[in-house]
Design a protein around this ligand. Structure first.
Ligand code: ATP
Length: 598
């Protein structure tokens, strides 16, 4: 949460806060008076207790002033981040969080790191016009003839990039993607500038405005993977100035960073030249750079766009290839897609395999680099993960080593909303929003709708929730798949159809795709009879054991019935009666001695 928001919340209980922070102060009229931010008795420091200015303070003897978070920092001698943490605990504010996957990163060694070589200093100061004090602040060094940019956080060396003059680059492998320049940012800063390169960050610093740099330049997607690591650290800043290059990749990065860190606090900086170092080398004055910060604007709301911006998009609509996530079975690829921005319902009667089908879909996508997040209130997390791992293994008796390798392979691909039983709908949405922004999740699954804190007959609540999920999918350009129950109607021997989805009819109107999962019970009974009568059961039989009946697909209108064959030993659904289950994660993920045969 931003520091200013926390300060505003504190000001609603300013009396209690000042009594705690400045215990020896005294109320005088509309102010709390103390001797200093240390809290002793006296007169020089005053905090407004009422009105619009409640919480605003100033100390006449030192010239310091600010809001209640500033006072918290000053009186407790804390950094902005730590003061915000303490104040949030005090206010009982809990942030929406899912722990980041515990990836193991390498750290650079410090071996061979030397003071900056004179050749490097000369290049930085004479060619790039970077101030010596800036070079010191960012702690640049030399190593084996390379100029070293240390990525430091709280004094620790997290990563490093190197430049051989004039223009060769390398970096230490497998380090955490993080921002460059924390060493130059003051503990009490309330805003930061983010640039597209280390030298641009240092150019801003030379102008008098300390700045950070992204680690991998412009562009979207994996290039901005640092956001996951730095999300919490950046949460407290009121304003984040984005000073990226004015080219295509720079603007793509701007959009992605602003969307994920919060469009409302990100301001886009436009400079006279391509980037800050370019400005410095071409003699742009500090006053002009300050004006560029002053004039920086938030991105227009995503809803507001000039129609002319759509020129390319309109043409590409004419030639568009339908795009979306594909299901595990090739025969579905041209007829059914899970599209970003859309919502699907997977409905069926109890026990007809809804959870099993969606689990295979997620398992397949997650092992093909699609980031998924599952809220399964049907089972505890280890249980649904175990069921999914069995499908991924595609073998009846996977070894422990193989199952462990599968779960490890899901790192960075699959997240669990870890609540069994019932979860509150609003909490699910909050966590989904967070997960979308932080981890760029592409597929969210809710299994199932009735376990989202509604009474059985609260159809309007369920409808509202589905509407909110559809809005979320559309605005965040992600897909939400919802598992829902169906009424049996007159038995379960026939598919129940669109009208049988439990809840208000509005639910199916709202979603883009509706799929009924129907298990062929009559066939199962026929097979049981054959077995009982001693008649040999044919190995492979032509009638499918499960059908995915697409009852609605808004994007194309195509509504196929997809036949699947359930393999009991692996719980995989197969596309044809003569198909064999197959592993989704290769056995090569496991050391050779642990391989099992399929
Ligand atoms: N065609 C099939 N033939 C035999 N067993 C199946 C078939 N489809 C699913 N199953 C099995 O039936 C059981 C129930 O499946 P699942 O839990 O996925 O159903 P569901 O529709 O989600 O049920 P519920 O509505 O109770 O949550 C599982 O053990 C699953 O492996």
């Amino acid at each position: 949460m931003r520091a200013t928001e926390i300060a505003q919340r504190l000001s609603a209980q300013v009396d209690a806060v000042v009594r705690m922070l400045l215990p020896n102060g005294k109320r005088q009229g509309q102010e709390w008076r103390a001797g200093s931010s240390e809290g002793e008795a006296g007169q020089s420091l005053g905090v407004h207790l009422t009105g619009d200015k409640a919480g605003v303070w100033s100390d006449f003897s030192t010239g310091e002033s600010g809001d209640l978070i500033g006072l918290w920092m000053a009186s407790r001698k804390l950094s902005l981040r730590d003061a915000c943490k303490e104040a949030m605990d005090y206010l009982g504010i809990r942030e929406d969080k899912i722990d980041p996957p515990q990836k193991r990163f390498q750290r650079p060694t410090k071996e061979g790191v030397l003071r900056l070589h004179s050749e490097h200093t000369a290049w930085l100061t004479a060619t790039r016009r970077i101030a010596s004090s800036t070079i010191d602040a960012y702690k640049l060094a030399s190593r084996d003839g390379w100029l070293m940019f240390p990525y430091l956080r709280d004094g620790e060396l997290i990563a490093a990039k190197y430049r051989k003059l004039p223009k060769s680059f390398r970096q230490d492998p497998d380090c955490e993607p993080c921002l460059f320049g924390w060493q130059a940012i003051a503990d009490d800063a309330r805003s930061v500038i983010i640039t597209e390169g280390e030298l641009d960050a240092m150019a801003w610093h030379t102008y008098g405005f300390p700045a950070l740099s992204v680690p991998m330049g412009g562009g979207g997607g994996a290039k901005q993977g640092w956001i996951a690591s730095e999300f919490d650290r950046l949460a407290v800043y009121d304003t984040i100035y984005l000073s990226l290059d004015s080219d295509g990749p720079g603007q793509q990065a701007e959009r992605e960073i602003a969307e994920r860190l919060g469009r409302e606090r990100c301001r886009i900086v436009r400079l006279a030249h391509k980037d800050a170092n370019d400005c410095l080398m071409r003699g742009i004055e500090a006053g002009d750079m300050a004006a560029a910060l002053r004039d920086a604007r938030t991105l227009d709301p995503s809803e507001l766009k000039p129609a002319a911006d759509f020129e390319d998009a309109v043409w590409s609509e004419f030639t568009r290839v339908d795009d979306g996530m594909r299901l595990p079975w090739q025969k579905t690829h041209n007829v059914l897609l899970l599209r970003p921005g859309e919502t699907s319902i997977w409905a069926g009667v109890n026990g007809h395999g809804k959870s099993a089908v969606i689990s295979q879909v997620v398992g397949d996508l997650a092992t093909h680099d699609v980031r998924c997040c599952v809220a399964s209130m049907e089972f505890r997390t280890p249980v649904w993960l175990m069921r999914m791992a069995r499908q991924i293994a595609g073998t009846p008796h996977p070894t422990e080593a193989y199952i462990r390798a599968i779960v490890r392979a899901l790192k960075g691909q699959l997240w669990a909303f870890d609540v069994a039983g019932s979860a509150k709908a609003q909490r699910i949405l909050e966590v989904f929003r967070y997960a979308r922004r932080r981890y760029a999740i592409e597929l969210f699954v809710i299994d199932n709708l009735t376990k989202c804190g509604f009474d059985d007959d609260d159809y309007s609540g369920q409808k509202r929730f589905v509407e909110e999920l559809s809005d979320f999918a559309r605005l965040e350009s992600t897909h939400v798949a919802i598992v829902a129950h169906m009424r049996k109607g007159d038995g379960e021997d026939h598919p129940a159809g669109k009208m049988a989805v439990k809840g208000s009819g509005g639910i199916t109107d709202m979603v883009d795709t509706l799929i009924e999962v129907w298990r062929n019970k009559p066939l199962e009974r026929a097979l049981e009879r054959l077995e009982r009568d001693g008649t040999p059961v044919p190995d492979r039989i032509g009638t499918a054991s499960t059908y995915l009946n697409v009852l609605k697909q808004r994007a194309t209108g195509v509504e196929p019935s997809i036949a699947l064959w359930f393999d009991k030993s692996t719980t995989q659904f197969l596309a044809a009666p003569d198909h064999a289950p197959r592993p989704m994660v290769p056995f090569s993920a496991v050391p050779a001695t642990n391989h099992v045969s399929a």
